[in-house]
Design a protein around this ligand. Structure first.
Ligand SMILES: NC(=O)c1ccc[n+]([C@@H]2O[C@H](COP(=O)([O-])OP(=O)(O)OC[C@H]3O[C@@H](n4cnc5c(N)ncnc54)[C@H](OP(=O)(O)O)[C@@H]3O)[C@@H](O)[C@H]2O)c1
Length: 357
């Protein structure tokens, strides 16, 4: 629509002037986040031609594939001809979601979607899932690290004693990636981490204080979420440096159940606001699918010079602050994350997999 394009250009024009004149990093980050959410609907790019992007025969895993962006990602990957594993913490919710997805297909269409149990709040569950997947499939082409929790109202820990945002959104996904890496390397498989523009709110990063960064006394829900999403990005960059094909995306502001932990009045406001401002889950998933299905070289070309998070179905990339692309920070996060598994994964350390807690 013409008036929308005009308004968008006007808003971005002012925003560009503001960015150029403002010296405050956190103010700029906040403005980016707020503008990103407000303009989600106006920036939505045409969906990539998914039917043309076929990867028949490949195997994909989507964590949190039973709802929101994950569910639509499962749908898109299955439509592209892949065998898809929905990795869900509740197998019954996963099966219900799978049944609903299958109803979208024409009767008789061959669709290969399987539900497997994966609870990212327990590292033992991550190991069990990885072992089951490796036993079942001899290759893995796409691993989508999508599941996430946002803004838990109170300080919460995973079964392994890690703050829940960090544990579920980053540590468990990082362990999963490492366990599945041999299968990913069979056919140049790729990792797609679903992060968020909220990662920009983190202006200080010391991976060393990860699990100790939050305590019941100093806990801030959105800051904990933002930190875990910054870890997603830094981790994906480090995977790239270590020779894996890995991308990080921001799906946009998307109307999903991600707000389920916010106070009910805020959830009601969100739903009202979401209807006219945010993307649908299918539109949000288009960015994830773009990163899953496009040729890696095409994707790399979309992130020239400074690396960035892909957004808007590949039509836009969000430049990330230089510290997030710093190899030393990536290396530090990698080493710390490994030590967090070893220290915290009690079941595994009991079998000699790491140091005792
Ligand atoms: N919506 C947005 O505007 C937005 C913006 C930026 C980034 N994102 C990111 O997009 C991703 C998908 O979120 P969404 O918006 O689609 O929200 P959603 O509908 O709430 O989906 C989250 C998924 O994560 C799963 N999950 C949560 N904890 C888990 C655990 N311990 N083990 C396994 N699975 C777990 C949930 O499973 P259950 O159904 O069992 O709870 C659900 O399937 C998240 O990483 C989120 O941070 C979303």
């Amino acid at each position: 629509m013409r008036w929308r394009d005009g308004l968008r250009q006007w808003a971005y024009g002012w925003y560009a002037i503001f960015l150029a004149s403002s010296g405050s990093v956190s103010l700029r980050a906040w403005c980016t986040v707020v503008l990103d959410v407000l303009l989600s609907r106006w920036r939505v790019a045409p969906l990539p031609p998914l039917p043309a992007l076929r990867r028949s025969g490949g195997v994909a895993v989507v964590t949190g594939g039973n709802s929101g962006i994950g569910l639509e990602t499962v749908y898109g990957l299955a439509r592209s001809g892949m065998r898809v594993v929905m990795a869900c913490r509740s197998v019954s919710r996963g099966r219900e979601a799978r049944a609903a997805l299958l109803q979208r297909w024409k009767a008789g269409a061959a669709v290969d979607i399987e539900v497997m149990a994966l609870d990212l709040s327990q590292l033992a569950s991550v190991r069990a899932f990885a072992a089951a997947l490796i036993a079942r499939y001899d290759r893995l082409d796409v691993l989508v690290l999508n599941a996430g929790v946002m803004a838990l109202p109170r300080y919460t820990e995973t079964a392994d004693g890690i703050e829940a945002h960090l544990g579920v959104n980053h540590v468990a996904h990082a362990l999963l990636t490492q366990l599945l890496e041999p299968r990913l390397r069979v056919h140049d498989g790729r990792v797609v981490a679903v992060s968020s523009v909220l990662a920009l709110l983190v202006d200080r990063f010391s991976a060393a204080d990860g699990p100790r960064r939050w305590s019941p006394a100093c806990y801030r829900p959105f800051a904990a979420y933002a930190f875990s999403k910054a870890c997603n990005y830094v981790w994906a960059r480090e995977c790239q440096r270590r020779g894996m094909t890995a991308f990080c995306v921001h799906p946009g502001g998307v109307k999903t159940e991600v707000v389920r932990n916010l106070p009910p009045p805020i959830q009601r406001g969100y739903r009202w606001f979401a209807d006219w401002c945010l993307l649908t889950p299918a539109e949000g998933a288009s960015t994830v699918l773009h990163a899953c299905l496009c040729e890696p070289d095409t994707l790399r070309r979309q992130m020239p010079g400074t690396f960035a998070m892909l957004a808007d179905g590949g039509a836009r990339s969000i430049p990330m602050p230089s510290w997030m692309n710093d190899a030393a920070v990536g290396e530090q996060l990698w080493r710390c994350t490994e030590s967090w598994y070893a220290e915290r994964d009690v079941a595994w350390s009991g079998r000699g997999g790491g140091a005792a807690r």
